[in-house]
Ligand binder design. Sequence first.
Ligand code: ASP
Length: 332
Amino acid sequence: MPKEARAKPGASPPSSASAFSGRHLLGLQELPAEEIRLLLEQARRYAPLSTQNRTKHPVLKGRLVVTMFVESSTRTKNSFNLAARRLSADTMDFAAGSSSLSKGETLIDTAKTIEAMGIEILVVRHPASGAPDMLARHVKAAVVNAGDGSHEHPTQGLLDIYTILEEKKRIEGLRVGIVGDILHSRVARSNIWGLLKLGAEVWVCGPATLIPEPLRDLGVKISHDFDALLPNLDVVNMLRIQLERIKGPPMFPSIREYARLFGLNAARMRRAKKDLLVMHPGPLNRGVEITPDVADGERSVILDQVANGLAVRMAVLHRAAGLAPFAEGGAE
Ligand code: ASP
């Protein structure tokens, strides 16, 4: 990975808001807390524009943003495309299935080929953990990780933190629970890095087979008893079981039993704090990790997460373009 993107978790934050420390966004593990705050503030400034169809910000005019998704996606790819267009960038979607990747070309060769067409920002999703990191070492374009295997999904982590901030006005001191298949979840990992850096108390909860014990070394607290944990939480982030990543023998007895022990339902909600924030990155498996009444209920901010994702991705593209924080362009 290029040096610029390798800020260590404990590295001192930039002293002023005059520059971002890099252009790639490979994970929240690498980003100092101050850089995360800058991105969140940049997103807050773009938020009013993110919902307007007619007004565009000219800040990325003439720049080419390519989305290269080698794994399926609904909201992330559309959100990046829309965010790029809101900033007046040209966009190109690289359809992995019908490309030379399926003829045996390496990811790096494919990326270099499309880079030769003049792209400046490459948004990549890949089933292999570390694929964006590898690309960032070989291409000149800024690489933005849109989810790599079970490693990280940094824009999801940022938009989750942004949504919590919008609702609770702080992160520090909040008790946040992440419930479900933590072992295979890139969303969990990005949330954990970001939330810990901003001072939240982070809990993970699920069957023992789906919780990596080494998380304790990062300062994450572990529970296998959702009923005991839930009443203490300010925020709960419910995750899908990543069945596509579970190979070999089953990791819990049955979906039915999983839902009984770890699903969020109306009965459990009655024992939660009145102002508990209910989150989910999507796609939802209704009736498994969350029941429809809770997903659509008044404490759910699931659709706000999707909406906030647009502003957050505008901020990430702004940074990837090498612009200074809060550089203005004026609407056109
Ligand atoms: N959409 C998220 C991801 O791409 C969460 C999920 O798939 O469960 O990781």
